[in-house]
Design a protein around this ligand. Structure first.
Ligand SMILES: NC(=O)c1ccc[n+]([C@@H]2O[C@H](COP(=O)([O-])OP(=O)(O)OC[C@H]3O[C@@H](n4cnc5c(N)ncnc54)[C@H](O)[C@@H]3O)[C@@H](O)[C@H]2O)c1
Length: 104
């Protein structure tokens, strides 16, 4: 039987959005040994208030773009899992300008 995977340092992209921030709260409340780095561009949909008040020794917010390879080279080392929620989620916006949807 395989052992269970128990990551200790995770990155949550889009962690200031709706689903991502709820996931961050879930991890903080249910997995006391896990540190969360939130990577979020803070678009129209991202709000740092969604993760405000969480313990600073458990949750760190990095404001940045998942498409920024240089930034990822800096922050990914030392993490053992990435949970990916970052997205352009307001689909109507793609009618006016689809480029950010394709890029992200
Ligand atoms: N909300 C739902 O009911 C639902 C249902 C099924 C699937 N999903 C999927 O789950 C994911 C998250 O949905 P959500 O409702 O939480 O969206 P959301 O718009 O609330 O959150 C998206 C987050 O991603 C961030 N973001 C956007 N582009 C980024 C980039 N380039 N780099 C870094 N951060 C970036 C935004 O700032 C925001 O905080 C999406 O892929 C969505 O399609 C959502």
């Amino acid at each position: 039987m395989l052992g269970s995977f128990e990551p200790k340092n995770i990155i949550v992209t889009g962690g200031c959005g709706f689903i991502g921030s709820n996931f961050v709260h879930y991890v903080v409340n249910n997995h006391p040994g896990v540190h969360v780095t939130v990577l979020d561009k803070l678009t129209y949909a991202g709000n740092p208030e969604n993760i405000a008040g969480l313990p600073s020794d458990r949750v760190e917010l990095v404001v940045g773009d998942i498409c920024d390879a240089g930034l990822l080279d800096c922050i990914v080392p030392g993490h053992d899992a990435i949970v990916h929620y970052a997205a352009e989620s307001h689909n109507d916006n793609s009618i006016v300008d689809p480029e950010p949807f394709l890029r992200t």
